[in-house]
Design a protein around this ligand. Structure first.
Ligand code: 5GP
Ligand code: MG
Length: 458
């Protein structure tokens, strides 16, 4: 998972990109990068860490020009390296260009082998670089080379291709990952989420369609529809469950509203709830817990406190590291929990590590009963399209029945939202169709990698 952002026709464009990336920081904390164009040359800086670390002050002093693009990268277990920090920069027959990618090319390993056999020398271990090598094998015009390279790529992508004079954007034909177009003064903005448009005071023009390619040049935007698009898209429902910011509109639906509805639906599905308080696992469980409280009538209580200075518990490479950083992150308010019957609400359970720790803490704080309510179905299968869910063997629900997961979590009861309920909540008035829910079903809408071990998922 990653966040991407670009702006054109704008003074100090790199500063605007920095502000946009700050609003997308939740989509990736491993590395941050910005590339700008002064009209002739590209200027770039990327580094490991948060936007605030890599760009502590204005970026435009170093990165001049009226167009810029940026990327925040999501941590994966293995390849946490500077050489993979995007935007990746290249020179070749199409001139200087940079690429910023959110998603995962599922046939990247096969394509990379094929390209390497023909002599390609890769500078990173990302799947994203494959697109550039494919482009370099074709002559101008640039947009045709870009589109022809995308024709060979399978899987999920929202992409920005940045050149000195033009910015291209593309969304894969199934529309897995979000991407929106905005307006800022005389220029345009591209962003993974609308929250980043708001952060720079750009107005939302529209979502980029699945299978659409945009060309931003000289203050104008051109739209191409070069792919045969399946009627029903496969938008990632996990964006609504966990990933996106509550203040964003994702796939045309406000994320907070979707999450609150997930919580409401979960309470409906559970029927009458006998409990004293509804407690969210912050921050990701808050919206669903509000909805759960709406419907059940059980009062909402912030009885778990999050230390905001401890970050990135989920993506630590080893289980011991994950457990110790999770242990420093969430703390119970004993006064609120003592002798209470508690419904604990979280958005999802992945490995079960955090959830078990929290259940233990809430019990130690004196809770009388702990009912775990999860605002999405059991995650049973890995994501191949850009969410860093672990391999099946690390997923607590992959091979266990709900009762076995409950035992593992040491909860008094465990309730998951149904898939139908989730899709209804995520779709809102638009309905339940058109989502990828592969992580909950193991049914994948696009081919998955033949050689899973070799791919660099994000
Ligand atoms: P678990 O109890 O399964 O170890 O962790 C569940 C928690 O992980 C939930 O609170 C959920 O919000 C969070 N989570 C789910 N998916 C992701 C992800 O892709 N990245 C991060 N950082 N956290 C996640
Ligand atoms: Mg969480």
């Amino acid at each position: 998972m990653c966040g991407i952002f670009a702006v054109t026709e704008c003074a100090q464009a790199a500063d605007v990109v920095r502000a946009g990336l700050l609003a997308l920081q939740h989509r990736g904390q491993e590395s941050s990068g910005i590339v700008s164009s002064d009209g002739e040359k590209l200027h770039a800086k990327a580094g490991m860490g948060l936007v605030w670390d890599v760009f502590p002050s204005f970026a435009s002093e170093l990165l001049p020009g009226r167009a810029a693009a940026g990327h925040v990268r999501y941590s994966t277990a293995g390849e946490s390296l500077l050489k993979n920090a995007q935007p990746l920069m290249f020179g070749g027959r199409h001139g200087a260009l940079a690429i910023a990618h959110n998603g995962n090319f599922t046939n990247a390993v096969a394509l990379r082998r094929e390209l390497e056999a023909k002599g390609a020398i890769f500078q990173s271990s990302t799947d994203s670089e494959v697109a550039v090598h494919l482009m370099a094998r074709r002559g101008p015009p640039l947009e045709r080379a870009f589109i022809e390279s995308l024709r060979r790529i399978e899987g999920a992508y929202s992409l920005i291709l940045f050149t000195p004079g033009r910015v291209l954007a593309a969304r894969d034909p199934l529309g897995f990952r979000p991407l929106v177009l905005g307006r800022l003064g005389r220029g345009f903005v591209l962003a993974s989420e609308t929250a980043a448009l708001d952060a720079v005071k750009a107005s939302l023009v529209r979502e980029i369609d699945p299978g659409e390619v945009l060309i931003l040049e000289k203050g104008r935007v051109r739209s191409l529809k070069p792919f045969a698009v399946k009627k029903i898209p496969a938008r990632c429902v996990f964006e609504h469950v966990y990933f996106a910011r509550p203040d964003s509109q994702v796939f045309g639906r406000n994320v907070q509203a979707a999450r609150r509805e997930m919580g409401r639906q979960l309470a409906r599905e559970m029927g009458g709830v006998r409990a004293d308080i509804v407690v969210p696992v912050p921050d990701s469980g808050v919206s669903a817990a509000l909805g759960f409280s709406d419907v059940s009538g059980v009062p909402f209580e912030m009885a778990l406190v999050r230390n905001h200075y401890v970050t990135r518990t989920f993506i630590k490479p080893t289980q011991t590291q994950r457990e110790s950083s999770a242990a420093m992150k969430l703390f119970p308010v004993a006064e609120a929990l003592r002798a209470r019957r508690v419904v604990l609400v979280d958005d999802s359970i992945v490995r079960g590590t955090t959830s078990r720790l929290i259940v233990r803490r809430v019990r130690e704080a004196g809770a009388r009963e702990i009912h775990m309510a999860v605002a999405s179905p059991p995650i049973v299968s890995p994501c191949h399209y850009g969410i860093n869910t672990p391999l099946a063997k690390e997923l607590i629900a992959a091979e266990r029945k709900v009762e076995a997961v409950r035992k593992f979590l040491e909860a008094d009861s465990l309730h998951y939202l149904s898939l139908g309920g989730l899709l209804k909540a995520a779709g809102g008035s638009a309905g339940e169709e058109g989502f990828c829910s592969g992580c909950f079903t193991g049914r994948y809408p696009a081919p998955v990698p033949a050689d899973e071990a070799g791919s660099d998922r994000r």
